[in-house]
Design a protein around this ligand. Structure first.
Ligand code: F6P
Length: 545
């Protein structure tokens, strides 16, 4: 159950929504300052939420909700290292990983910043050695390719960031294997030379079955080609479970640790970022951390009216709980942010896909939305039809850089920006029946044909979107952007009253897969299972024989 003050704030917001004008064109026409009022900047990053159906009164009511839910207090508790992940009895301190300040961050009576700095330095030395060729494979060949083996948070962040930072990628080629589907590792390794390949096994727990299975396959690939003695030269590991790594046979100086107060989906700032560092170099990696730290400071210190993660979280809550929209689309108009939607899916849905409050009571509002997306402009030619004319309203979050890394291709960037802004304008404005008819008539179409076609050309409009603009997708801006989304998820969780930092919902499937493995292997039968599962086991087994 929501606390009484929170319930009151929700009731006030629902009542307020009934009084809001529904025509966004009129909202813009009636207020020349609408953009100025409903946008805010941090450094060169701008958040424009004026195309969402809110007013300054809405924002004030949302601020009251944030107060009632104690969002600022929870934020401060996170930064202070309090045990806010109460179901796993852990602090939540990914912010410490990018904290370049000198004030201690204390967990269990110990300042964790020196340990973080030591791991970063060790990663830097190793990354430099791989990059400059002083660390080689067993045969003396320089490392030309790295293969990161991990899944979920041990994969999505490094993949996303490595793609995003392609213009800074001057180290070995980076490959990522996550899926236990043998096709993934097969297709990745077949193009590589074991003698010049470094495999990084990335797993917080070092027990995840997909990662361990892929790691063993990679180990056989190296040992088969170069001999067992070559294995230590071709592997590194990243984990919190150091004894398990040692058992795998990876030498201590190639093992980079992190801590249980770093959640998997918040771990790319830790040693899990090693492939990013090897790809773009330690200096660029530190700039990535600096961007995130700057956003952390903004989140901690800026007033709620101009605090970008607060605003993003409050608007997210408005759409999800007050407007009851079940999904949101994130559309980066940056091809290099290709994997950002997938990254945000884990960040958001694994964090806020919960159905009980922090106290274990059933929630009485919806929680995290379905998050999905693809880069623009590609999405425009695929699913934007539904965004514009489908029966559901899906708020859209556009992300666009003013500058590109290819100034010589200015026409491309101009077109990209024009498309991005056009989509948010189209979602907001729509096209009325009269406008559709007028447009068709202007083309000289017969009246009966105009009447027949016009309904198909109507866009309802009033579809909310917000836009994040930044100058250039560089390491600093990427760090800032990811931290913005992390803290938005935090704000929404605080408003929902849930714990964003556990992920018990992934457990049941894992347990059942463990039970089913011997059944699939033919070592046990499917008796006692539901008839669908038993039927599928039988059908698949007959197709395999
Ligand atoms: O199954 C979910 C999960 O636990 C994620 O939270 C995590 O990012 C992923 O699996 C990988 O876990 P690990 O890094 O321990 O292999």
């Amino acid at each position: 159950m929501s606390k009484p003050h929170v319930a009151e704030a929700i009731t006030a917001l629902r009542a307020h929504r009934q009084t809001l004008p529904t025509d966004m064109r009129a909202l813009f026409a009636g207020d020349a300052n609408r953009f100025a009022t409903l946008s805010a900047c941090f450094e060169d990053m701008l958040l424009d939420w004026s195309k969402c159906a809110v007013t300054i009164d809405t924002m004030q009511l949302l601020h009251k909700l944030a107060d009632a839910a104690g969002v600022s207090e929870r934020r401060d508790a996170m930064f202070a290292g309090d045990v806010i992940n109460t179901t796993e009895n852990r602090a939540v301190l990914h912010t410490a990983l990018r904290n370049n300040g000198s004030d201690p961050v204390v967990v269990d009576g110990k300042n964790v910043l020196p340990d973080i700095a030591a791991v970063l330095d060790a990663m830097g030395t190793f990354a430099d050695g791989i990059r400059d060729g002083s660390i080689t494979g067993a045969t003396g060949k320089p490392i030309t390719d790295i293969v990161n083996i991990g899944i979920g948070g041990s994969d999505l962040g490094p993949v996303m960031a490595t793609l995003a930072l392609a213009p800074y990628h001057d180290g070995p080629r980076a490959h990522f294997v996550s899926n236990v589907d043998g096709a993934h590792i097969h297709d990745t390794l077949k193009a590589l030379d074991p003698a010049s390949t470094l495999v990084i096994v990335a797993s917080k727990t070092f027990t995840t079955i997909e990662t361990m299975t892929n790691a063993q396959t990679a180990r056989r690939w190296i040992a088969g080609a170069l001999g067992e003695d070559a294995v230590p030269h071709h592997f590194a590991a990243v984990s919190t479970a150091l004894p398990k790594v040692a058992a795998f046979g990876i030498p201590e100086d190639r093992v980079f640790g992190f801590w249980d107060w770093v959640g998997g989906r918040y771990s790319l700032w830790s040693a899990i970022g090693l492939p990013i560092m090897i790809a773009v170099g330690p200096q660029n990696f530190r700039r990535f951390l600096d961007g995130a730290h700057a956003l952390d400071t903004h989140f901690r210190d800026a007033p709620v009216e101009t605090n970008l993660p607060m605003i993003l979280g409050l608007i997210g809550y408005w759409h999800r709980v007050i407007c009851d929209y079940p999904a949101r689309a994130v559309i980066p108009y940056e091809q290099r942010l290709l994997r950002l939607p997938a990254y945000l899916q884990q960040l958001d849905m694994e964090s806020n896909g919960k159905r009980v409050t922090r106290d274990g009571e059933p929630v009485d509002t919806p929680t995290g939305p379905l998050v999905w997306g693809e880069p623009g402009t590609n999405g425009q030619h695929a699913f934007f039809q539904l965004l514009h004319q489908g029966t559901d309203v899906i708020p859209v979050e556009f992300i666009i850089a003013a500058q590109s890394h290819e100034p010589e291709l200015k026409t491309h960037q101009d077109l990209l920006i024009a498309n991005c802004l056009a989509q948010s304008e189209a979602l907001m404005r729509g096209r009325t029946l009269e406008e559709a008819k007028a447009q068709l008539s202007e083309k000289g179409m017969a009246a009966d044909e105009v009447a027949r076609l016009a309904p198909h050309k109507v866009f309802p409009g009033n579809r909310p979107s917000l836009t994040i603009v930044h100058k250039l997708l560089d390491p600093y801006a990427l760090g800032r952007l990811i931290a913005l989304y992390e803290h938005r998820v935090f704000v929404e969780a605080a408003l929902f009253g849930i714990n964003a930092f556990d992920q018990w919902g992934v457990e049941l499937g894992k347990e059942l897969a463990t039970e089913l493995q011997p059944v699939i292997e033919g070592k046990a039968d499917a008796q006692g299972r539901d008839s669908s599962t038993a039927g599928l086991v039988a059908a698949i087994s007959s197709l395999r024989s």
